[in-house]
Every structure is written in C-alpha cells, then in structure tokens.
Design a binder for this molecule. Structure first.
Ligand code: FAD
Length: 318
C-alpha cells in the first residue's frame, strides 16, 4: 500500500487536533507516515501511532523555530524524496498553505487547498473542495507528480487506529533560502481560554444584530456554556465590536465545525463562504425571511436578546 505523508502540526510535542484528523483521511488513501519537525518532534510519536501513523519521521533543529517556513519545506521535500508518497497532507492553516504551495512548486506537482474530504481514486487521491463562496462542491486531483493537499480543520473525525509508529530520524540539509527570513520576536495573543476559531468543534457567532461591542458578552456567554469559539460577521467586525481575527467568511476565517450558531447574522454569501461546510447550522434571527434560514438545520425566529440568554441558561443546567 502506498504511503501518505502527513505534516504534523504540534506545539512542543503536543499534536494539534487537525493533524489527527489528517491521519483519519490519510488512512483512506494509503499508510500514514507522519513528519514531525522542531522542538519536541520525538514526543509526538505516541499520539501519532495511536491514530494510525505507521512511521514517524522526526527532525529537531533550531531553524524550524527561528525562521519562517522554508526549513519546513526543505524537510518535507527530503521526506518526499525518502518515501515517494502517494500524497502529502498538510493542515489548512495560513502556514500550512504556504508550506504546501512552496512544496508543490519544488516538486513540480500541484496543490489543492482547503479540501473538506479525501477519497482514494484510480489515478490518485481525490479531494473535495467547497468553492465560489461555497456555491459549488468540486472534486479534483493533482494530475502531475506528488499531490500536495491542505485539509480544513474539522473535515474528518479523529479516530483511534493503533499502528506501529516506528520513529525514524529524517535526514535534512537546509537550502540556502532556509535562513532567509528570521523571526525577530513573538508576541503571544492574550488567551481568552476559548478554543482556536478554525479548530473549534463549536463556533458561536454574532453579527450586526448583536448591536454593539458590549452585547457580545451574550454571545461569549453562550460560547462558554458550550466550550465554543466566538466568531463574528464582517459587519460586526467593521463596526469595531469584535476583533478581525474572529471574522468568519470570504475575507475572514473559514470554519467547518460540528456546530455553528449564527446570531443576528443575515447569511450574506460572503459570510456563508466561511461557514457553509459546518456540519450542523443553527441560526437565531428575528427576520423569518433572512437568507441564513435557507441553509440552517435548526432556525429560531426571534430576538437574540431574548433567545440567546435563555439558551445559555438551559445549556448550563445540563
Ligand atoms: P446584516 O446583513 O445587516 O444582518 C443582520 C441580521 O441581524 C439581519 O438578518 C437581522 O434580521 C438580524 N437581527 C437584527 N437584530 C436582531 C435581533 N435583535 N435578534 C435577532 N436577529 C437580529 N461578511 C462576512 O461576514 N464575512 C466576510 O468575510 C465578508 N467578506 C466580504 C468580502 C467582500 C468582498 C464583500 C463585498 C463583503 C463581505 N462581507 C463579509 C460582507 C457581507 O456582504 C455582509 O455585509 C455581512 O456578512 C453582513 O453581516 P451581518 O449578517 O452581521 O449583517
């Protein structure tokens, strides 16, 4: 069976959930071989093996933390040359997409970004994407060389599938470009204690209907009762009610959670583009004609200032 490389997103050895989701998809198209780089790479092995990695290629070097993405591209290229995989899967983060594009260029192959599903095909892995502001679903495959595919978080379930997880050191020699762009400082964002928006299993969003920055406390309270991340429409962000980092949509972040709760959001196509692939969509809107109701699984026609606090209280009792 062909091997499939999975780029491991981890923080000091703690594997992030999108990588475990990639392992589920990788098993559909081959045997997952994980590539873990940087500080703590070796510590990722147990979690990766538990989720189906037959092998974990590791390389620890200061370059991965000190410079932008090129050292990681060098390492993945070395892994591709060592393994000749059927595909390379990378989580669809901003960094992941840059790594994927650079890698595909190096390999002379092609890249598919923001896949939401992956299946085996006669001529290589076939990726599903949601395109043109989520108006269409397409299936595509890379027709030349080793396919490089980035996959949106929450596109697959995390499944335990114990495998060998043999750890091997990857031999990497960095290219001249690797040390081209040095990171000179990092300022951690103040933690809200909530999950990262693009990785959260549940997202609770607020739009213009929230009617003020101070009212976002209602949205945050519902989010906290569900252990969710908070999102916002562009109208709410443009009004200065919530940070741009939380904007969902075409010019914001793309989310694909198990549950998306839209409050006071009309459902403009640019907003849908960032959330339409959510598994279950709930909307609270006082206008029964709001377009968001065309795509919801559950809709509540009502005033969010009445509905949302009641919902929060009810959830807290469970
Ligand atoms: P509105 O469309 O004004 O809707 C507010 C809704 O709240 C209404 O449906 C109303 O019935 C409801 N409401 C009001 N009061 C209450 C209440 N008390 N209780 C319940 N419901 C209430 N938008 C994005 O979101 N993300 C993007 O990334 C994005 N990118 C864009 C890119 C481009 C190039 C362009 C042109 C636009 C983009 N937009 C984006 C903007 C988009 O077109 C919409 O203007 C925006 O999504 C509207 O936000 P909204 O739904 O919060 O506001």
């Amino acid at each position: 069976m062909a091997e499939v490389l999975v780029y491991v997103d981890h923080v000091d050895g703690a594997v992030r959930k999108p990588t475990l989701e990639l392992l589920t998809l990788a098993r559909r198209v081959g045997e997952p071989v994980a590539v873990a780089l940087g500080n703590g790479a070796g510590d990722t092995a147990a979690a990766l093996a538990e989720h189906g990695a037959v092998k974990v290629l590791t390389h620890e070097a200061a370059e991965y933390a000190d410079y932008l993405v090129v050292p990681k591209v060098d390492a993945l290229q070395a892994a591709v040359e060592a393994v000749s995989p059927a595909a390379v899967l990378v989580p669809s983060s901003a960094e992941g997409k840059e790594i994927a594009a650079r890698l595909a260029l190096r390999l002379g192959s092609g890249v598919i970004t923001d896949a939401v599903d992956l299946e085996a095909g006669d001529e290589g892995p076939v990726a599903t994407q949601s395109v043109f502001a989520a108006s269409f679903t397409t299936k595509s495959r890379v027709s030349k060389g080793t396919p490089v595919i980035t996959v949106k978080p929450n596109s697959a379930a995390v499944e335990a599938a114990p495998a060998a997880g043999a750890v091997e050191a990857l031999s990497v020699s960095f290219s001249a470009q690797a040390t081209g762009t040095k990171i000179t400082g990092r300022t951690p964002r103040e933690s809200t204690g909530r999950p990262e928006l693009t990785e959260a299993a549940i997202v609770v969003s607020g739009g213009r209907g929230v009617n003020g920055a101070e009212n976002f406390a209602i949205i945050e309270a519902l989010a906290d009762s569900l252990g969710a991340a908070v999102g916002a429409s562009r109208a709410a962000v443009d009004a200065g009610w919530y940070p741009h980092t939380n904007q969902v949509g075409q010019t914001g972040k793309s989310v694909s959670p198990q549950l998306y709760v839209a409050n006071g959001i009309s459902g403009a196509i640019q907003h849908r583009a960032g959330m339409q692939t959510s598994k279950t969509i709930v909307a609270v809107n006082k206008d029964p004609e709001a377009p968001i109701f065309d795509l919801v699984d559950y809709g509540v026609v009502g005033d969010l200032f009445e509905v949302v606090p009641q919902l929060t209280e009810e959830i807290k009792t469970r």
